[in-house]
Ligand binder design. Structure first.
Ligand SMILES: [Zn+2]
Length: 360
């Protein structure tokens, strides 16, 4: 979609090919043993084709691989290392001053742990990129707007004041991974440097924006980062089949706009998004914010000619795309709206007090 909008044709932006992460870079966050296990489970060399998928020597379940969210697949090590390398390519571009903003669509794998796959995430590109920035002496604020709590990144920096992590997400009581409550604030010197805002199901644009605007700019402003790393999952959208949030592309675009204002330099990562009519539109809008281009709502004609799709179909017909931005918001009953607003208002007041932010 971005190519069809000629997003990479101007002076202000270009497409960059990623490199794979090195073993040493993977070890910035993951244990050597886990990296070896990922490589082993991914092995597709012809000589190994008849080897049992799970050899007795490797207990895949111990690393949370298996049926469900994290099935191992041939080439997994290569593809996941490339996603981490994409984020690190972005870090290089930022540190050398070749770019002010980098967007790695394939990244944002915020659930992976040091020795554990989780929630479709094998290697945690976000945590590794932050580590790499810290090694270069950068102060990093991490902002995660995925519908799911950014648990892996939070845990990586829970006890340090060198990284501020902020996650806004659907509450863990109704959604995976079941964490990210307001009392998770960090520990030791890291206290106050992990911030979570859990939203109730059916949260809609106005209250979401109010919460973001009340919390994030004051926190990030006070922290004064050199670089903002953001996870831009678009599974908060009302059409998303895995979550119960009710945002439209308008709130999504507005939040990305706010993040841009907070970021002296910006490494943006993708993330969740499970409705394919939404994902290309949301990330095209995000990219438009980054390069300050207002893409028209009318989808570009180039979308009709995509080589990867079956003959006779286009991205427009295949994914039932109509316009770039949502043209309507979902219906939400008045008492539900009222309940959501009440919960969010109370939580905001609480966090403002705990974090010593300007009052309502
Ligand atoms: Zn998600």
């Amino acid at each position: 979609m971005l190519q069809a909008y000629s997003a990479f044709d101007g002076q202000e932006s270009c497409l960059v090919s990623p490199r794979p992460a090195t073993q040493e870079e993977l070890h910035l966050f993951h244990t050597p043993e886990y990296v070896d296990v990922v490589r082993y489970l991914s092995d597709t060399r012809p000589a190994d084709r008849h080897k049992p998928r799970f050899e007795p020597g490797v207990d895949a379940a111990r690393y949370n691989f298996g049926p469900g969210d994290n099935p191992p697949f041939p080439g997994m090590f290569e593809s996941e290392s490339l996603k981490v390398g994409a984020a690190l390519t972005g870090v290089d571009l930022l540190l050398t001053g070749q770019a002010q903003i980098v967007f790695s669509f394939a990244g944002g794998l915020h659930h992976a742990g040091p020795a554990r796959a989780s929630g479709f995430c094998v290697f945690n590109d976000a945590a590794i990129a932050v580590h790499q920035l810290l090694r270069a002496g950068q102060r990093v604020a991490y902002i995660d707007i995925d519908a799911h709590h950014g648990d892996g990144v939070q845990a990586a920096f829970y006890d340090t004041d060198q990284v501020l992590t902020i996650s806004l997400h659907e509450a863990g009581i109704t959604l995976f991974p079941g964490t990210g409550f307001m009392d998770e604030l960090g520990q030791g010197t890291g206290y106050g440097y992990s911030v979570n805002f859990p939203f109730p199901p059916y949260t809609y644009d106005e209250v979401y924006l109010e919460a973001f605007h009340t919390l994030v700019p004051p926190l990030v402003g006070r922290f004064a980062p050199d670089v903002v790393v953001s996870q831009l999952g678009c599974d908060t959208h009302w059409r998303d089949p895995l979550t119960h949030m009710n945002l439209t592309t308008h709130a999504y675009e507005a939040v990305v706009r706010e993040i841009k204002l907070l970021a002296p330099r910006w490494l943006a990562l993708g993330g969740g998004g499970y409705d394919l009519t939404v994902v290309p539109r949301a990330w095209t809008l995000a990219y438009g914010v980054m390069i300050e281009r207002e893409f028209p709502d009318e989808l570009p004609p180039g979308l009709a000619h995509q080589p990867d799709l079956p003959a006779g179909t286009s991205l427009v017909t295949h994914y039932e795309l109509a316009r770039l931005r949502d043209q309507r918001a979902p219906f939400i009953a008045e008492d539900t709206r009222h309940h959501v607003r009440q919960v969010v208002t109370e939580q905001l007041a609480h966090l403002q007090q705990v974090l010593e932010l300007p009052g309502p």
